[in-house]
Design a protein around this ligand. Structure first.
Ligand SMILES: *Cc1c(COP(=O)(O)O)cnc(C)c1O
Length: 410
């Protein structure tokens, strides 16, 4: 069955092929080894580092959703990213955008010996071409172009069709980190990308209870190389984590649709209220690339970034919210708030692209009632902006100041 709607595939697939009991949800094969009939021949499975029925089931579900020929699940998004970036050998060049997840930048600049990493402007001009990227591609051979769209945390949208055309004309592979979208909202392989990857820690698993990553492609040779490396290095996702991911995936569509509805309502309200200097959300007509985003996805997602007038105002908003958890990560059922400058992007090394401003606040909208979330943001933004004056100047922590939330169920 190749043509199932994703909504159907999410709940009907993911069971383990050949399961003798007809389990209606994926069984957990919590085992490291599988017995062999003979000493000189392996069965279908022999060792979980290499392959495991629970992991294989979730991989096949993800490959179907993404329109890939195969998928490889890793212990984390970073393990997936490391696996892909290591396709670039010493002496080769990698191009990437200017706004990228902090851990990706740390890896690019500190863990790829001998690989030249250049940040370029991936934007398009009036003719729909990517002038800066094309200049860099023309200067010397490039192994791969690494793109995040919408990027984390500035939510810059890049034209995946235009980037793929330019990269392919120069023999470079296009890798898309589509964590902020998931295949429910965007399928980069259909837009020309060669490899798509996700931190499944975020929206794919969606419950904040697992760290995982996945790489997907239609290129069977690349998939085989990545699979060999993953087996040799031992970075495959464990059975229990695979099972948690499969469980989270069953509600991917309904979760994202509902959270996204809330995010759009909150983004619109925040824009009207003027609580922030700028509201960045690819679902707002004020977003410079909202039309491009609409052409290459089916929704704006659950991330909203706010530019506050001062670092103090940003800290105040984060610290005084009570429903939003102050936490890195996003895409979970409960909403979170962060200042990426100090949190998810604290690891951006010198020499990489500039760190996001300390006035930028990132919201991840979950499944709470949007009116409750808005009330919470409003009460947090009200109050005297006194934090700047009282804050110690050296490395203050926004992680410890949160007041406990007095839970009253109505
Ligand atoms: C979180 C994140 C990663 C890293 O994933 P982990 O699962 O934390 O290793 C990579 N890319 C993006 C866009 C992310 O948000």
């Amino acid at each position: 069955m190749t043509s199932l709607h994703p909504a159907t595939a999410l709940v009907r697939n993911g069971t383990v092929a050949g399961d003798p009991f007809g389990a209606t949800s994926p069984p957990l094969y919590q085992t490291s080894t599988f017995t062999q009939d003979r000493c000189d021949a392996f069965g279908e499975f022999d060792y979980t580092r290499t392959d495991n029925p629970t992991r294989r089931a979730v991989e096949s579900l993800l490959a179907g959703l993404e329109g890939a020929s195969g998928a490889l699940c890793y212990t984390s998004g970073m393990a997936a990213i490391a696996g892909v970036l290591r396709l670039a050998a010493s002496g080769e060049r990698v191009l990437c955008g200017r706004d990228l997840y902090g851990g990706t930048q740390r890896f690019l600049h500190g863990h790829l010996d001998g690989v030249a990493v250049e940040h370029v402007d991936l934007g398009t001009d009036e003719s729909g071409r990517c002038p800066d990227l094309e200049r860099a591609l023309g200067a010397a051979p490039v192994k791969l172009v690494f793109v995040e769209t919408p990027s984390n945390p500035r939510l810059v949208v890049s034209d995946l069709r235009a980037i793929s055309r330019a990269a392919h004309a120069h023999g470079a592979l296009v890798v898309v980190d589509a964590t902020a979208m998931t295949p429910w909202l965007m399928r980069p392989l259909d837009l020309g990308a060669d490899i798509v990857l996700h931190s499944a820690t975020k929206g794919l698993s969606g419950h904040g209870d697992v760290t995982a990553g996945v790489v997907l492609t239609r290129d069977t040779a690349t998939l085989a190389t990545l699979g060999r490396n993953r087996n040799a290095e031992g970075t495959a996702l464990a059975p229990f984590e695979s099972w948690l991911l499969a469980r989270g995936l069953r509600t991917l569509g309904v979760r994202l649709d509902a959270a996204q509805r809330g995010a759009l309502r909150i983004a619109r309200a925040l824009e009207v209220e003027g609580l922030a200097e700028r509201v960045l959300y690819p679902g707002l007509e004020s977003h410079p690339q909202w039309q491009l985003h609409a052409r290459q996805s089916t929704g704006p997602g659950v991330l909203i970034s706010l530019e506050l007038p001062t670092p103090g105002a940003a800290a105040q908003l984060v610290e005084r919210t009570r429903l939003f958890s102050t936490a890195v990560s996003f895409g979970g059922v409960s909403s979170s708030i962060s200042v990426p400058h100090f949190m998810s992007h604290a690891s951006v090394p010198h020499g990489a692209a500039p760190r996001p401003s300390d006035r930028l606040v990132r919201l991840s909208i979950g499944l709470e009632d949007p009116a409750d979330l808005l009330d919470d943001l409003e009460q947090a933004a009200a109050g005297p902006p006194d934090l700047e004056a009282t804050r110690p100047s050296d490395g203050w922590s926004i992680l410890s100041a949160k007041k406990p939330f007095p839970l009253r169920l109505t």
